[in-house]
Design a protein around this ligand. Sequence first.
Ligand SMILES: [Zn+2]
Length: 335
Amino acid sequence: MNAKKLPLLFLLIICVALSSCQSGDSGTKEVRPAIASLVKWQELDTLSLDRINANVEAGKPTVDVGIYFPSNFDPDYKKVTMASMLESFLAAKEIYKPTGLQLNLLFVKTGEIDPSYLAIQANEVPGVPVTEYVNTYEHMERHPARLTGHAREAFDAIVEPDSQNDRTIYLIALQDVFYPFLEVSEGRNWTVKSVRTGGLSFPTYSYGKNLPRHLRGVITISNLSRGDRSRRTIAHELGHKLMNVSHEYRETHPGHEVYADGGLMLYGNGEEIPSGKEGRWHLERLLLSPFIYTFDADGSKVWNEDYQNNGHYYDPIYGDKVVRFKGVPPIDPNW
Ligand SMILES: [Zn+2]
């Protein structure tokens, strides 16, 4: 889809075509609700994890990724296949290679999920749009997105309880994930739209304290059917999760309509993860992600520091690796 036609907020928060967004929680461990209908997953044994992880080296920063691939998609759903999921994952490994970050595939599992989970609405309809007084990240910290009850139920059933739930990325293939957002319609009126996402990363800069800690690694993948999507989607979604930024690149603040090649976090064909202030600290933020570990001499995982304030964009763990910018009037200032 042509991003030039995409409205501002839409570019901001979601990632329809190419990908999308996530969130985290730095508080105490929460109690996971008892779910009667936990999915019975089976590891795909025809797949050689050793081969896929062959180039993973012990001393380098690493992120663990698990893939959940339902076995009961509707017959006409072909937008994500096991092959395209793995292809996009392997492409993401390549795209992150220049940063020194490596992706370790923990498992690929299949199983039958409740058919109602095949299509979900990601978050509740937001009530307060961003205006000019704060920038989009500050706004999202004040008004974090909230999962719908149905999405929460689906993820609780899908993601198996694990001591490292909050440090693991889960790529979950679902047929449809809809993301409602607010857009200026005319004058001083906003309207709700809902976008059909190709991928959604549920980033902490967007969901903040509202994202249950054990689900903060969830990313949904719904459309890898075009070449560009297959190549970039998982890498781009991981970017939202791990760099904890929206659609932005160099001088381009999130919130502007952006279609350009260059950065991984824009729409387009870009794969660059720039560094330094002029690169909006993308590389530095990536390497600070709490989802990253290295091994110590004993072979134990040593995790990066956790978020201190729910993982919003300006979370203290990022120190000065943030960009300060002003909000933009969404409507005629003389309204
Ligand atoms: Zn995106």
